[in-house]
Design a protein. Sequence first.
Length: 210
Amino acid sequence: MHDLCTASSVFHDNAVRYRHNTFKRVYALHLKGGTSIRDEQQFDDMEKRRPYHFVAEAYPVHKGKVLLVKVGKRGAWLPPGGHLRYTSDGSCFYLETPEEAAVREVKEETGLDVEIVESHRKYETQGIQQLPLPEILNLHIDREHDHLGFEYFCIVVGHDVEPRPSEEGPCRWFSVDELESLSSFEGTRIPSDVRTMAMQAIRKIDRLQR
């Protein structure tokens, strides 16, 4: 029995260590303009942090360019996005799906109507609604709480393609050439992961529209 308990303890320790190292890699890869988490103590305290907030972001593409928002409080050009809406009575039930939140955030921050680009076929089953797959899921930390992020590519629909500035800040269309050559614009940085995803959005939608 002692040997069995010892083996169980070792297995548990290894599992925790594996999970710890996996989260370290995920957080390091997908950190987006928040507080630095490269300090080992922050990784050690990871499991003590509050539950994740769900957020959705969208990369709107039109005529070979992608739309980013200059978010002053983050000091960066970022895709439109924000938290999923949820109940305010403390039950924390979500009132929208991630892709609905992404479409809504684009409308609120830029005034544009968009449609999520889907690269898989939907099936119809009674009682089940298949949702669009995000291009990527990520975990990232900011100064207030941790986020589980859903990122989507989308196209502008309708005749109005001129974005309007919002409370977040001004908007601008960026081309692949600009994203490849710029790490900042007008004194505000464009995070490397945002540039990478933005270029992928342009290239993917260009392929799908040919």
